[in-house]
Design a protein around this ligand. Structure first.
Ligand code: PLP
Length: 437
């Protein structure tokens, strides 16, 4: 069988496929694994009950349940849901948005596939544009989404050392401005730019690091992209106002050149596959057009279940009073275990935990690669994610030239508490062994 270029690009061995496959196999094996690898939201009882109560009410009503399951919505999304989302952001943030600014997708992963391929890749006349990720490490789920090769460009961050084994990444704005200005350049072994940068994308809070780009960094990014006339894609899957997994002060801003992506996944509805975009009417029309071709319509369950929570603002209460304190406490607790178990026995630091559901560990001078550490941990029943995956947009050579890119792992801190406690103990033990060998 011969696959097309599309087939070869998407159906072949991508990083995300390898990772998901490996995690899935490890989970379905016979031995018990301590799962600190995946990106599942933690099971939070009050959140489960909120969605369950709502579903009971829909079943009791009957007609609402039938409408949820029995109708195709428009490719833009469910009309009532779209109106409620626009009203929600007008009310809560004062943004001048209407239904024409809202598009729904089958999960935000799906939204990014559309957005990246709308703004980068091949353009009429043969020029090629790229998506700039201002700093790596960045979300691995972006990297294989381009329909053409070499779709992403990125730059190393500046690293701020903090007390108490902590650090924080910052955007290197000189490097980003240079990337945005470049016309045609050979870098990292691949032809980086000839049509320039088609869009800039950041996750905030960032998966994998828990970094929250500061308000100052966001403002500079907004100004820079506005000046250059390129959209700024802001992936707010963990951010405000929902699910609100954010432990630092950060402001959310939007204007028509920003595409703000949100998701119902981390507030407990990952399998409902509901992504929400706030964007200019032109982008909303484009997304709707692609949706019609690829999916006809969106999954309706998440939109129907969440609708009254947007109308009443209850979604903010769930985020603020339940989801945020849950993750904040679990993050702090896991950090205290890391300090207890690693102490000053090896060189280690953790990215300041400012949001999202992961902790990002760096072991400067680690004598083995992150991949080898992952294998050794896996053999001891602990699943983590090796960090090198998240540096992929730097290009192979640039990542290879930077030892830091092979000295990090990502751990999910919020799954079963006893498991995480044991997992941290094993990670500390294995890292100590690696440094002793
Ligand atoms: N963006 C980030 C940063 C993520 O971590 C994830 C999932 O973990 C997604 C987007 C995709 O989420 P979903 O498609 O479930 O909305």
């Amino acid at each position: 069988m011969e696959f097309s270029s599309f087939g070869n690009k998407l159906a072949s061995h991508s990083g995300i496929l390898h990772l998901m496959d490996d995690l899935g196999k490890a989970m379905s094996g016979h031995e018990k694994m301590i799962m600190m690898g995946g990106g599942n939201p933690a099971p939070i009882q009050e959140i489960r009950e909120a969605w369950r109560t709502r579903m009971h009410a829909m079943l009791d009503d009957g007609a609402e349940f039938d409408r949820m399951l029995g109708n195709y919505d428009t490719p833009q999304g469910n009309r009532d849901f779209i109106a409620a989302v626009a009203e929600f952001f007008r009310r809560e943030y004062g943004w001048p948005v209407g239904p024409e600014n809202v598009a729904v997708t089958n999960g935000s992963q799906n939204a990014f596939f559309y957005l990246f391929n709308l703004f980068a890749g091949e353009f009429p006349g043969g020029k090629r544009k790229q998506i700039l990720l201002p700093l790596s490490p960045e979300y691995i789920g972006y990297l294989d989404q381009g329909l053409t090769e070499g779709m992403f460009a990125s730059r190393r961050p500046k690293i701020e050392d903090l007390p108490n084994h902590e650090f924080k990444y910052h955007i290197d704005f000189d490097a980003c401005a240079e990337a945005l200005d470049a016309e045609r350049r050979e870098r990292s072994g691949c032809l980086e730019i000839d049509g320039g940068i088609g869009a800039v994308c950041v996750s905030r809070p960032t998966n994998p690091t828990g970094n929250v780009l500061t308000d100052g960094e966001m403002r500079r990014l907004m100004n820079l992209t506005r000046e250059k006339g390129v959209p700024l894609l802001v992936d707010n899957a963990y951010g405000l106002p929902f699910p609100g997994i954010l432990f630092t002060k950060a402001t959310l801003e939007w204007d028509e050149h920003v595409v703000l992506s949100m998701s119902l996944s981390k507030i407990g509805l990952p399998s409902a596959r509901t992504g929400i975009l706030l964007a200019s009417p032109e982008v909303v029309r484009a997304i709707s057009g692609v949706n019609a071709i690829v999916s006809l319509a969106n999954a309706t369950v998440g939109q129907s279940v969440a609708l009254p929570f947007f109308r009443s603002g209850e979604i903010i209460r769930l985020a603020r009073e339940i989801v945020n304190p849950f993750y904040r406490e679990r993050s702090e607790e896991t950090l205290s275990w890391l300090h207890e178990d690693l102490g000053d026995s090896v060189p280690w630091r953790v990215h300041k935990s400012e949001g999202a559901i992961f902790l990002w560990l760096n072991f400067p001078g680690l004598p083995i690669s992150d991949r080898e550490l992952y294998e050794r941990l896996r053999a001891r029943g602990v699943l983590v994610v090796p960090g090198h995956y998240f540096f992929g947009a730097l290009g192979v050579k640039a990542a290879e030239d930077w030892p830091h890119a092979r000295e990090c792992i990502r751990i999910h801190y919020a799954m079963d508490r006893a498991d995480v406690r044991e997992g941290v103990r094993i990670i500390a033990d294995e890292v100590r062994r690696a440094f002793r060998q």
